[in-house]
Design a protein around this ligand. Structure first.
Ligand SMILES: [Zn+2]
Length: 448
């Protein structure tokens, strides 16, 4: 009797904390599996626990299993944004690393919810306050918060006086061999990919400004690789991307963005099959926010950002970007950026959906920008699913709808292979086999 009481108390508390994760089946759905092939009609997908158990056209469903009728609907893997910077420690507001800004976990949680709301089931944070992002990562992995899967670098590592050293929570590393101490400290926090930065402050063209020496980048990359840590590099110029490629860096956090890429390097990147995060949305937002921030009135944004936040962005955006010249400068660079991404796609490079922004809606802008340059929707879907998993080195576990993989799924009311805009027509978001109740997420549309 005593024993039974204790057992039921334990069971109750588990239910109270994590909600119920019942096995489920999505039936008679059109499946876009994430591998880039044609959609398959009349499919059923059975989820057991956090993984996909089986799928096919003639699957016999377990008796009594919870069913979601997929008739007339489209099932694809959950979207992955492989370059974000989560808000929650003041990082949207200024260039300097803010000292003493209190960490706002509630704000961070609502931004994480904005990703789930818009169909993003995994994010990679490419530089943040470690206390914030590592804590959220730990809580997500322990099932203590509802959030997309969080992958993170903690601090990005740069060189004193250069881009992201002392800005956006990056750290400037000392020269070798002292660099190793900083790397060891990073390795201890288990970065999913360690981000390195080789870029002059302000992204400007001054060749005399401090920058991470190429040989130091190579030493850092080798040191991390020997210890099993994957790496990503911020480098906007081709010279430094070439050095990163030969140094064995695993992924690129951006395409070449500061000038037209050479045909020879496009070919090298495609042959190397190195994942490259697309991040067109960051340039696009700097242009739009500086020129006409009324895009923020789109339901994409008003659904998840509070009226106060939208007003603040409209008020601060022009001052932040236009008045310092970034809006006009990025507008000058954008045609090359677009052209470079298209050339990489045409050559068969591994492009990875990523925004370099801080909220879920932006992924849909990135999708739109990729479609605008002429990439077909099915290929863009693969960039946002399987290629994201490849970026993380997690393709055995994630990124496609296949038996054995984590059940991170997006059920849509319209066909995303016809138009990427149909990825906004979200019916159901499933993460790790659990149906996310979008009406309970802490986003603006649910605040009454
Ligand atoms: Zn970034």
């Amino acid at each position: 009797m005593m024993r039974a009481l204790i057992l039921s108390a334990v069971a109750f508390s588990v239910i109270a904390v994590t909600a119920v994760r019942a096995d489920l089946a999505i039936t008679n759905v059109t499946l876009i599996d994430g591998k880039g092939g044609p959609a398959q009609a009349g499919m059923s997908v059975v989820v057991k626990g956090e993984r996909i158990a089986t799928l096919g056209a003639g699957v016999v469903l377990p008796r009594g299993i919870r069913r979601i009728d997929g008739t007339g609907k489209f099932l694809m893997p959950g979207l992955m944004d492989m370059h974000i910077h989560l808000i929650g420690a003041g990082q949207w507001r200024g260039l300097e690393n803010a000292k003493g800004v209190p960490i706002d976990r509630d704000a961070a949680l609502s931004y994480l919810h904005s990703y789930l709301y818009w169909g993003v089931t995994s994010v990679y944070d490419a530089g943040n306050v470690p206390e914030l992002i590592l804590d959220m990562r730990a809580k997500e992995r322990a099932g203590k918060i509802i959030a997309p899967r969080i992958f993170a670098t903690g601090h990005a590592l740069s060189y004193p006086g250069s881009w992201m050293a002392g800005t956006f929570h990056g750290v400037g590393v000392p020269d070798w061999p002292e660099t190793q101490k900083v790397l060891d400290a990073q390795i201890a926090i288990k970065p999913d990919l360690q981000k390195l930065v080789i870029e002059r402050f302000g992204l400007g063209p001054n060749p005399l400004a401090p920058n991470l020496p190429v040989d130091l980048m190579a030493k850092m990359a080798a040191y991390l690789k020997e210890r099993g840590v994957r790496t990503t590099i911020h480098a906007s110029g081709e010279i430094f991307q070439r050095a990163a490629l030969s140094a064995g860096i695993d992924t690129f956090a951006h395409p070449v963005a500061s000038a037209r890429i050479s045909a020879e390097f496009v070919q090298q990147l495609a042959e190397a099959k190195i994942p490259i995060a697309t991040t067109m949305a960051v340039f696009d937002e700097i242009i739009r926010l500086g020129e006409n921030p009324n895009y923020l009135d789109d339901p994409l944004f008003t659904s998840v950002l509070s009226p106060g936040e939208i007003a603040a962005r409209k008020a601060q955006g022009p001052a932040r970007y236009s008045s310092i010249g970034w809006t006009s400068w990025f507008k000058t660079l954008m045609p090359y950026f677009r052209e470079n991404v298209k050339k990489l796609y045409d050559a068969g490079a591994v492009l990875v959906l990523a925004t370099d922004r801080s909220e879920g809606p932006m992924i849909h802008r990135e999708l739109e920008l990729l479609a605008e340059i002429g990439i077909p929707p099915a290929a863009i879907i693969r960039m946002g699913t399987l290629n994201g998993a490849i970026f993380l080195g997690r393709e055995a576990d994630m990124g496609t709808v296949e038996a054995g993989k984590l059940a991170d799924l997006l059920l849509l009311d319209a066909d995303p292979t016809q138009s990427v805009a149909n990825m906004r027509r979200i019916n159901t978001v499933i993460k790790g086999g659990r149906v996310i109740d979008r009406s309970k997420l802490r986003v603006a549309i649910n605040e009454h």
